[in-house]
Design a protein around this ligand. Sequence first.
Ligand SMILES: [Zn+2]
Length: 253
Amino acid sequence: MERRAILHPLTPEITCIDDAGASVCYVVCGKNRAAVIDTVNGQENLLDVVRSITDLPLVVINTHGHCDHIYGNVFFEEALLHPDDWALHDEHFAMKNEPGRAPDAFPDAKPCPLRPIREGDRIDLGGIVLEVVGIPGHTRGSIALLDRNSGFLFSGDAINGQLWMQLGESTKLSAYLDTLCALDSLRPYIRELHNGHNVEGIPAAYIDEMKDAIRCILETRGAKDDDYTWFGGDCRRHWMRENTWVLYTPDKL
Ligand SMILES: [Zn+2]
């Protein structure tokens, strides 16, 4: 089988793994252990890919419970996930071999046990500490991880260029806006956002752009936005700039 993973070293300690363009994950190497942030789609043995980067003991963290960030959990012993997304994790693993989906490369592989992770937790890798920041919005249990050394905020799908807030598991937009505003105290330490779908980082100022976008949707009640159809149904789309938008349904207003 052709290898899916393409490795992109971002700093001497941090590598982004692009899983065939479907989603990305990160390996952050400290002095004592390494963090695997998200496990992408489970179509290639991610442990083997990670072992091509580091031999350190591993801690696996899921930014949220969606399939394109957790399916590779099957290759590890345990993973950390916010408990608010555990039911979602189970729901997505239950869909893995459903008829109509592309055949899975490891159809019999089982998810590893989960351990809880919460806002304020600190994951010490030795010389690098990942701080857990709760960002409910895209899903209720979405978290980001802040590394003050690099200034990277690993944001999963919670802050990205094409934000999905139209899902049943997404919060209201006003609750998401409150979450973004609560990030203000950490802003001096955030240089770049690294999300779950792009290799390139986004400057931290994008958080302000996102706040303005959500405020605009709420103030205009979506009057400036257009209809959009995604694979799960119809929703509304608020354009921020080229290739950059927020999807939501009117019940999120
Ligand atoms: Zn997601």
